[in-house]
Each structure stands twice: as C-alpha cells, then as structure tokens.
Design a binder for this molecule. Sequence first.
Ligand SMILES: Cc1cc2nc3c(=O)[nH]c(=O)nc-3n(C[C@H](O)[C@H](O)[C@H](O)COP(=O)(O)O)c2cc1C
Length: 184
Amino acid sequence: MEKKTILVLTGSPRKGGNSDMMAEAFIEGATSVGHEVLRFDAGRNTVNGCRACGACWAKGSACVFEDGFTELAPLLAKADVLVLSTPLYWFNFPSQLKAAVDKMNAFLKPVCPTPLKIKESVLMVCAHDTDDDLFDGIDRTYLQMVHYLKLKDRGSLGVRGISNKGDVVSTGALEKARDIGRSI
Ligand SMILES: Cc1cc2nc3c(=O)[nH]c(=O)nc-3n(C[C@H](O)[C@H](O)[C@H](O)COP(=O)(O)O)c2cc1C
C-alpha cells in the first residue's frame, strides 16, 4: 500500500471532545497501516480570518500576517490527504476551522511556490440535534471544496444526537472512523 501523508484538521475548541475522539480513532486506523499523520487543532489555535490583502507569499510564507497559519501552511504543503474532524456549529464549520480553510486561498495563487498536492479528503462531523437534514449545510460546503480542489472524497461520517464529551463512544462512530483511517 502506498504510504501517504495525512493532515488531520480538528475544529473543536473543546479538548478531548467528540470530534477529537473521532480524529484520534481515525489517526489510530491510518497509522496502523503505515501512513504518516500530521495534526493541527484549528479549533484551539489562533488562525485569524483572511484579510483579502492579496499579499500572500510576499514575505516568503503563505500569509504576511503571523498567526496559527504560519504553522499550518507547511503541513498543508506536505499533505496528500486532508481530513476535517469537527463539531457542527450553526450548521457548518466552527469559525476557527473556517478561518484555516479560508487561508488555504494562498495556495491557489500563481505565486505559490508549493502548490497543494492534496488529492483525497474525509469529513467527520458531530452534532447535538437529530434532524435528517442537519448536515446539509456542512456537507454541501465540503462537497463544493472537494469539487473545487478536484479531490476524491474518501468518506463522510456524520454523528447526530451527541453533546457531552464522550457521548460519541456509544454510537459506533469511533469504529467507523478507525475503519476510514485504515482504508485510506
Ligand atoms: C457555538 C455552538 C454551535 C453549535 N451549533 C450546533 C448546530 O448547529 N447543530 C447541532 O446539532 N449542534 C450544534 N452544537 C452542538 C455541538 O455540535 C455538539 O455538542 C458536538 O457534539 C460538540 O463536539 P465536540 O465535543 O467535538 O466539541 C453547537 C455547539 C456550540 C458550542
């Protein structure tokens, strides 16, 4: 099996919560079959929103402003696979994770010296409510990203009806996340 570099981006500000546990189960599966896993906890980091200054790469790094993206950008450049593991916030990504995604714009600029080589992606999302259409917003956003970046979607996992830390354990989602990790 081809060894891949997988970047796991987590979205929760809550350490050890449900989406962190899904990320960890995925990582366990992926490392068990020999992939390299990089992790960036966007939900607890300091990536600010893109300011649309248009100065990406002007000072050598992806963004001219110093924030968490200074650490994230080299990880994005190395990754073959992008995994988003996140709680649902207002039907979509938490703003911390969205800020990190927004700043990926730097990699689309012609001046980018290290264009993205990400070819595959995974979305894992958890939420409190149980409505059938709960994940429509985030799924649509994710699938638009997949289409725009010409990625292969390697699986989505949506877990409804969980709120407290650890609720995910009894849902069977951790086993599914581990299996997705193994299947990459
Ligand atoms: C700011 C905020 C917004 C949220 N928005 C939603 C929502 O739109 N729909 C929903 O079902 N749950 C929502 N939730 C609940 C979380 O998605 C849910 O508790 C999840 O399991 C938390 O995951 P975590 O343990 O990884 O942080 C929200 C929670 C917070 C704090």
